[in-house]
Design a protein around this ligand. Structure first.
Ligand SMILES: Cc1cc2nc3c(=O)[nH]c(=O)nc-3n(C[C@H](O)[C@H](O)[C@H](O)COP(=O)(O)OP(=O)(O)OC[C@H]3O[C@@H](n4cnc5c(N)ncnc54)[C@H](O)[C@@H]3O)c2cc1C
Length: 467
């Protein structure tokens, strides 16, 4: 007889494994199925973690080469050991994926290595690598199968010359020239890594700005800084052909609004135009679930059209971010346990881990204008922040958007060194319905970058004190 569970989760990424932990904490008999052979999903294996490991290491390399001397640290003969840099990234991934496996054991969650497929209401079949199939009976199923790389029509990713983000995390050598197709978060992060390691990097973007969903003012300053660092941008530019010549890649581009084509050449091309939901072989048809035109599984409060089948993370609607998947995982576990799971989609932060970082939460100024929402702006530049000046890290600013009548903070957008660590304060303030004045009147430690947040709060009401 098939083993009986309260919940079987298909996919062991941040959505799936966090859902499993929360479900087990709430007393549900839980199983998680993962085909990769390692838990952690895209995020731990080929996403957030390895990219941040390379961003961190390449930033240190660049600092040793160009910035240590400014602080009186004389270093000579700085050289790159790429093999070792990639190995320390793999170590970080190994440690964290094993950590997730430990959490499964600790919470008495059954972890099955294999491909999960729904085989009708209340049944999940798991096919192991060697082909054996086991059947699980369950009250609830959670689909957490995530997303996969997306290529351009007619472009074959070989992960050597034409790479996705996965290939860009393990290039065997630093390319002389690299073209990044797509000026979004992932392309700019990986482009920054390889530029710091010595590549000439050109970013080709179809739209006339990078990071199009970001607050316009932040995005403009972000591009200015990236340009100063040496990234080359071809904006408003359409890629029409990508040809692997064996010894390099030729990328044909033309102005998005029409005009003459030209050919750009590179050693490596990174295709970074987004990701697509992943549902291959999932057996959705056995319970009558249909994906939408873009391949996402439609959901309402994570319930699919099939009773007892939920969906979370990248494979359903909302931003494709690890912490969004994690939030949804916990919320669905609480719903399945009879509680009222909830996610506040107005407060999902986003961070680009370049140097400086970009961090934002809530509405952008463009969104508020378009909605006709009355708002006030408070801004404070890091140039006037004592810690930033001391550290010679003065690029960027904090911007707070507040509702002009209710006084609630509607959005916070920042660019500056380490602002990814500061955005949590903005999230907390927004969760508590705070005003900019609440931040302004909260004592912040001196000297810290976070004082810029406090000053931006004061700026909303016109009483900035440090400038
Ligand atoms: C290069 C890169 C950098 C990123 N950086 C960040 C970042 O800094 N911050 C951030 O928040 N997000 C980042 N992301 C996005 C983040 O990785 C995803 O949003 C997140 O992993 C989504 O989690 P998930 O649980 O929905 O799916 P995934 O993490 O994709 O996990 C799904 C898992 O399901 C498994 N699976 C699929 N089908 C089956 C099946 N039938 N049976 C069994 N297992 C199956 C897959 O093998 C996979 O392991 C990055 C992504 C990339 C590619």
């Amino acid at each position: 007889m098939a083993e009986q569970f309260d919940v079987v989760i298909i996919g062991g990424g941040p959505g799936g494994y966090n859902c499993a932990i929360r479900a087990a904490q709430l007393g549900l008999k839980t199983a998680i199925v993962e085909k990769r052979g390692r838990l952690g999903g895209t995020c731990l294996n080929v996403g957030c973690i390895p990219s941040k490991a390379l961003l961190h290491a390449s930033e240190a390399y660049e600092a040793a080469q160009h910035h240590f001397a400014d602080m009186g640290i004389e270093v000579t003969g700085v050289s790159l050991n790429l093999t070792k840099m990639l190995a320390q990234k793999d170590d970080a991934v190994d440690g964290l994926t094993k950590g997730v496996e430990f959490l499964m054991k600790k919470n008495k969650i059954t972890y099955l290595v294999g491909t999960g497929a729904i085989a009708g209401a209340g049944t999940v079949n798991v096919t192991a690598a060697e082909g054996t199939v086991s059947s699980l009976a369950t009250k609830n199923i959670v689909i957490a199968t995530g997303s996969d790389i997306l290529s351009l029509p007619g472009v074959t990713i070989d992960e050597e010359r034409i790479v996705s983000s996965t290939g860009a995390l393990k290039l065997a050598a630093v390319p002389k020239k690299m073209i990044v197709i797509g000026g979004g978060y992932i392309g700019l992060e990986m482009g920054s890594v390889w530029r710091r390691l010595g590549a000439e990097v050109t970013v080709v973007e179809y739209l006339d700005r990078i990071t199009p969903t970001m607050d316009g003012e932040v995005s403009t300053q972000f591009m200015r800084i990236l340009k100063k660092q040496g990234l080359i941008f071809e904006l408003g530019t359409k890629v029409t052909q990508v040809e692997n010549t064996g010894s390099g890649v030729k990328v044909t581009v033309e102005p998005a609004k029409g005009g003459d084509a030209k050919v750009l050449e590179a050693d490596v091309v990174l295709v970074s135009i987004g990701r697509k939901p992943y549902t291959d072989g999932l057996g959705l048809e056995t319970v009558g679930i249909a994906t939408d035109a873009r391949g996402f599984i439609p959901s309402t409060h994570w319930a699919t059209t099939a009773p007892g089948v939920y969906v979370i993370g990248d494979v359903t609607y909302g931003p494709m971010l690890a912490h969004k998947a994690e939030e949804e995982g916990a919320a669905v576990a609480e719903i399945m346990a009879g509680k009222s799971g909830h996610v506040n989609f107005d407060v999902i932060p986003g961070v680009v881990y370049t140097n400086p970082e970009v961090a934002s939460v809530g509405k952008t100024e463009e969104e508020l204008k378009a909605a006709g929402t009355p708002y006030k702006v408070g801004k404070f530049p890091f140039m006037a922040n004592s810690r930033a000046r001391t550290n010679h890290e003065t690029d960027g600013f904090v911007k707070i958007l507040e509702h002009a009548e209710t006084r609630r903070i509607l959005g916070v957008h920042m660019i500056g060194v380490g602002v990814g660590e500061m955005i949590g304060e903005a999230c907390l303030a927004m969760e508590f319905g705070a005003s900019a004045e609440d931040i302004a009147r909260t004592c912040h430690a001196h000297p810290t970058m976070s004082e810029a947040m406090r000053e931006a709060g004061k700026a909303v009401d016109g009483w900035v004190m440090q400038m």
